[in-house]
Design a protein around this ligand. Structure first.
Ligand SMILES: Cc1cc2nc3c(=O)[nH]c(=O)nc-3n(C[C@H](O)[C@H](O)[C@H](O)COP(=O)(O)OP(=O)(O)OC[C@H]3O[C@@H](n4cnc5c(N)ncnc54)[C@H](O)[C@@H]3O)c2cc1C
Length: 418
């Protein structure tokens, strides 16, 4: 295999959050032959990043004497936040409004305390309904907030307009010469292509039978990666009075607000060759139990919206690694293959960093401490406990199984949004 240079053919499988970010970063560094394959037209209905908004948190600056995990996390956030604040392409989409972390059950509240521990001075304590109501303009939070306790981080956090950022990055990558091939036939990867000795990846084959030959292949197809746990989260979008959607610039015009039913997740378990796997599917409805949880949230916080009709819903997938750190590394066995997966619930705010790290891995210049923490590490997944909630809470505090879901919503969806 010839050494990487700007004329090397680079194939990216998955044109979602990380695939687009990697394509942009590589194009900005002068790579001229980049092709991105995606199974759906852009933005893909199954891409986790195809969404109204995502929470973004700033972190402490990385220090030499941080633990390796803290260092990795702080460094990734530093790279990402630098882009969200200063890169003209990303910056319009970051809104540093602050955020609220709260709970009404004691177990969940302990997690909240763990989250703020050591950083208490950055947070304002919220003890009762009046405290919660005062965090937003009058008339938005009118609920009684029964037993709610939490914290308000006013600075160093906010939200990003996810779909807007994704579209901007996609457009800029295309402008810089990246070729995007999308669709269930011509963009959906069915298999990797191997060299005769089986030790080098030569590209990928799509459903239409086409072979996409490349010097380097980057797998950024999210939850299709078998080493990762697949979590399903549910989203709902509800019609909103415009005042209440003031936190969302673009979709204020649609008067819509997103609610995410956060919990340890749903899996869709199937056995493949005797191995337990959770296989994602696209569905623009959610379990009825999820809708009920969301309506309870509205009842307690924004009761004027409690009976509002929901305008759209979808199941959203993310891949959690065991330690919830990303996996961005060259495959140890197959030359020419880079893995970029395992967003683990925080892969959007770190999107700019993911692109930089993928490019660094490809070019062999990733700093050692990040390389160590984001390395290929199958040993962490031996005898993986699929019921481990991984510090997530909500619903009944358990990992749920789609096979147990009997009733789904019947929300009149708007496919055009996807
Ligand atoms: C409910 C929910 C809430 C979240 N909230 C936050 C948050 O607040 N803040 C945050 O930072 N992160 C959040 N995340 C996590 C974040 O959205 C993900 O970690 C991140 O978007 C993952 O990026 P990705 O590129 O790996 O995957 P995706 O964006 O899902 O992209 C994967 C792409 O691969 C394509 N693909 C799949 N299979 C194939 C194939 N065979 N061939 C070709 N293409 C294929 C798909 O079509 C898709 O475009 C959340 C995730 C969920 C589910």
């Amino acid at each position: 295999m010839s050494p990487l240079n700007h004329k090397s053919a680079i194939l990216i499988i998955g044109g979602g959050t990380w695939g687009c970010s990697a394509a942009l970063q590589l194009a900005r560094r002068g790579h001229r032959r980049i092709k991105v394959l995606d199974s759906s037209r852009f933005p893909s209905p199954s891409a986790a990043g195809n969404d109204i908004n995502k929470i973004a948190e700033e972190a402490n600056l990385p220090f030499e004497n941080d633990s390796d995990k803290d260092y990795a996390w702080n460094r990734i956030h530093q790279l990402a936040m630098d882009a969200w604040k200063h890169d003209p392409l990303y910056a319009p989409f970051y809104h540093p409004t602050g955020f609220i972390m709260s709970a009404c059950g004691s177990e969940a509240y302990n997690q909240v305390l763990k989250y703020v521990s050591g950083r208490e001075s950055q947070f304002m304590t919220l003890r009762n309904a009046a405290d919660f109501r005062a965090t937003m303009p009058k008339g938005i939070l009118t609920g009684d907030f029964p037993q709610w306790r939490g914290f308000w981080q006013k600075d160093g956090a906010g939200w990003v307009f996810a779909r807007g950022a994704l579209e901007a990055i996609h457009a800029e990558a295309e402008r810089l010469g990246v070729e995007f091939v999308a669709g269930s036939l011509q963009g959906k990867v069915e298999a990797l292509l191997y060299s005769d000795d089986g030790f080098t990846i030569l590209g990928a084959r799509t459903t239409d039978g086409a072979q996409h030959i490349a010097d380097q292949t980057i797998l950024a197809a999210a939850s299709t990666n078998r080493v990762d746990r697949w979590y399903t989260k549910t989203y709902q979008f509800s019609s909103m009075p415009s005042a209440a959607s003031s936190s969302n610039q673009t979709d204020a015009s649609n008067h819509e607000m997103k609610i995410c039913d956060e919990h340890p997740g749903y899996c869709n378990f199937v056995r493949v060759n005797g191995e337990l796997r959770s296989v994602p599917f696209v569905r623009q409805q959610i379990p009825l139990e999820a809708e009920q949880r969301m309506r309870r949230l509205l009842h307690e916080s924004m009761p004027t919206l409690e009976s509002h009709e929901f305008s759209f819903a979808r199941v959203c997938w993310d891949a959690d690694t065991v330690d919830r750190l990303f996996l961005i590394d060259r495959h140890p066995k197959y030359a020419g293959l880079v893995l970029a997966v395992g967003g683990s619930g925080h892969g959007f705010m770190t999107m700019p960093a993911a692109g930089i790290i993928v490019a660094d891995v490809l070019e062999g210049i990733l700093e050692t401490r990040l390389r160590t923490m984001l390395r290929w590490r199958p040993e962490t997944a031996v005898d993986r406990n699929w019921q481990d909630t991984q510090d997530r809470f909500g619903a009944d505090g358990k990992v749920m199984d789609f096979r147990d879901v009997r009733k789904w919503t019947q929300i009149r969806g708007d496919d055009a949004k996807l």
